[in-house]
Design a protein around this ligand. Structure first.
Ligand code: GTP
Ligand code: SPV
Ligand code: MN
Length: 606
């Protein structure tokens, strides 16, 4: 009997199975029954460990290979016919070479294993925003994660029908050898091939591979935006909800901001926060000329370390059931722990993320503390389990975006918040973003690198064209969102954070929304509009005034260095870079020179 009624799909599954040679092919239907059976199978082989079902009902535990704990940007490629179409910020391979090299690794890679066929929808099934993908994988861990992260199974098969289009996503963990690991995207063929990894963003192909790299390519063709952004709504006591979309690089605070709880001091104002998404936003201009956004995902794949009842109580509540924990500490009673989490790990019998006996305070030969959880350990949890989840997740048109916020980790330079003068200036601010590298990807941790719109690792085509696309989108909107830049991570001379972050960030969002509504004045500075100190509500937060001054300081000398680095970055794109961005660059340079010629370090009106 045919696998599905979609002949194109059947033929592709057949072709891929001929290459990978699985012992069986299983169609995922999304039923509880099938999920239970797969879980039991994975528990029997040890691939997955069932956690304490009394304390953590429905929760599972998994460890990835020690050499496979984050995205591998150096092994991630955009395979377009022309190298220039991938652009200078992406790794490129020709489609022929990509299929040939990965094909050799896929050859027989599923022998003795099953191939699971997962039909999934990014976005509500049937929404005009949504895209359907089908992932073939030999990993039950991937199946169970995809069942949380996406809408998957029968309902999607029905929406796909006999003749529907879908993104072909092929994954095999093969032998998990990093020398035989490749994450390949063929945007011109609507195809993704990922082999040799079992970790998150490399293998949950609906997420970064489809919903960002392939989707960004489609979005340019179809005149919309696919972005590495959280979406949250802020409801005031009158019931008005304003929505913000924010792009921060990996492990820079999207999940935390999306789930924030108003701080004690602002409680009296009666705000309510609605979480719409924590990682990806798909945005379209609707017939009203406004920008509307959906979250194409259906779950959270969040960073575990640092998550606790103080920093992110919503996340703590979200992961109490039906959650998969990856690379955290396993306690002997079948509970889990991670650094800067709640409570203490077991003093006896705990195992670290590699399955080795572990105790808090353990040191390696060099005297460095051994972490129990990997810094990029994660939880996978259903969206609707978040106490602040928005009912709008099911709306086919999503939510109207009032403000777009860019941000990153900058120990120095970038002030706590500033606002772009207009859309083009905002695009320049996004295009010139930079942040310190985190554990979410391989590479030197802490190094500042340019990460435009937090999309450096996720843009499926030439980023010069991507900037042009952003500029054009602005022209097409009748109501453009205001654009802002934030930095929660500015440090003092002792490397301490100057700003408390987390829930306190609402104070800054409050200013942002007040600016959007034109309710509050600001100081015009060289880099954009900066708040007047008295316009940030500090009720209940005892932060020295000097801190706030430092947080909003603009140092012309440091900006001079930054400008040179931005120019170097822009030059990589040659004459494909929109002239408008060079014009913005020259304008900023001139404004900074004017500021620099004064003696004060404080921003001056001009
Ligand atoms: P990805 O899932 O990798 O895209 O990351 P993300 O942007 O969702 O990052 P997340 O919210 O998970 O935060 C990553 C780390 O930053 C966690 O360890 C947080 O505790 C920490 N963090 C988040 N928000 C803040 C903040 O406002 N201030 C400070 N100091 N740390 C924060
Ligand atoms: C990120 O790295 O930005 C993530 C986690 O959100 S992953 O899905 O692994 O890409
Ligand atoms: Mn992310």
């Amino acid at each position: 009997m045919a696998l599905t009624e979609n002949q194109l799909l059947n033929k592709w599954v057949e072709d891929m199975a001929r290459m990978c040679r699985p012992e069986d092919i299983v169609l995922i239907n999304g039923s509880e029954e099938q999920k239970k059976k797969l879980t039991e199978e994975a528990c029997a082989t040890g691939e997955i460990i069932q956690l304490n079902q009394e304390l953590l009902p429905g929760c599972l535990y998994h460890r990835t290979a020690a050499n496979d704990v984050a995205r591998v940007e150096h092994l991630t490629f955009i395979c377009t016919k022309l190298k220039d179409d991938a652009g200078p910020s992406n790794n490129w391979m020709s489609p022929e070479e990509g299929y040939r090299r990965a094909g050799e690794i896929f050859q027989g890679s599923m022998k003795g294993r099953k191939m699971y066929v997962i039909p999934f929808s990014m976005g509500p099934v049937g929404s005009p925003f949504s895209k359907i993908g089908v992932e073939l994988t030999d990993s039950i861990y991937v199946v169970l994660n995809m069942l949380i992260m996406t809408r998957a199974g029968r309902e999607v098969m029905e929406a796909l029908g006999a003749g529907g289009e879908f993104t072909r996503c092929l994954h095999s963990q093969a032998d998990l050898d990093e020398n035989r690991r490749l994450i390949l995207h063929f945007p011109e063929d609507n195809t993704i091939w990922s082999v040799g990894s079992g970790y998150g963003g490399n293998v949950l192909l609906g997420k970064k591979c489809l919903a960002l790299r392939i989707a960004s390519y489609l979005a340019r063709k179809e005149m919309w935006l696919a972005e590495h952004m959280l979406i949250l709504g802020i409801e005031d006591p009158t019931g008005r909800i304003d929505y913000i979309a924010a792009a921060f690089p990996s492990a820079c605070g999207k999940t935390n901001l999306a789930m924030m709880i108003p701080p004690e001091g602002l409680k009296a104002k009666g705000y309510r926060i609605w979480t719409v998404g924590d990682d990806i936003a798909w945005m379209r201009i609707d017939t009203d000329g406004k920008l509307w956004a959906i979250n194409p995902e259906y779950g959270f794949f969040g960073v575990a370390p640092g998550t606790n009842s103080k920093t992110n109580p919503s996340a703590v509540a979200t992961v109490k059931k039906n959650t998969i924990f990856t690379n955290v500490v396993l306690n002997p009673d079948g509970t889990v722990w991670w650094e800067d989490g709640d409570g203490e790990p077991a003093s006896e019998g705990a195992l670290d993320w590699q399955g080795r006996p572990w105790k808090p305070g353990m040191k390696d030969e060099k005297g460095n503390t051994i972490k129990g959880a990997h810094p990029n350990s994660r939880f996978t949890a259903p969206f609707v389990q978040c106490p602040s989840h928005s009912f709008r997740i099911e709306h086919h048109h999503g939510v109207n975006i009032s403000a777009i916020v860019f941000g990153g980790r900058r120990a120095h330079l970038a002030p706590l918040v500033y606002q772009a003068y207009d859309w083009s200036h905002g695009v320049y601010i996004g295009a010139t973003m930079a942040s310190e590298r985190t554990a979410a990807q391989y590479g030197k941790q802490g190094e500042v690198r340019r990460d435009p719109m937090a999309m450096l690792p996720f843009c499926g085509y030439n980023m010069a064209d991507y900037f042009e696309h952003w500029l054009r989108m602005g022209v097409r909107m009748r109501w453009q969102p205001q654009i802002f830049h934030v930095n929660w991570f500015r440090q003092d001379q002792n490397n301490g954070y100057l700003w408390p972050g987390f829930g306190e960030n609402l104070r800054i969002l409050e200013w942002i929304l007040a600016r959007c509504r034109g309710e509050v004045d600001a100081r015009k500075t060289a880099i954009g509009f900066v708040p007047k100190l008295e316009d940030i509500d500090m009720t209940g937060l005892h932060l020295p005034k000097e801190n706030m001054e430092r947080l909003l300081e603009i140092d012309p000398k440091a900006w001079e260095v930054e400008m040179a680095d931005i120019a170097e970055f822009f030059k990589k794109f040659g004459n494909r870079l929109p002239l408008e961005l060079w014009a913005q660059h020259e304008d900023l340079k001139r404004r900074l020179e004017e500021l620099g010629s004064g003696s004060a370090l404080q921003p001056q009106p001009f």
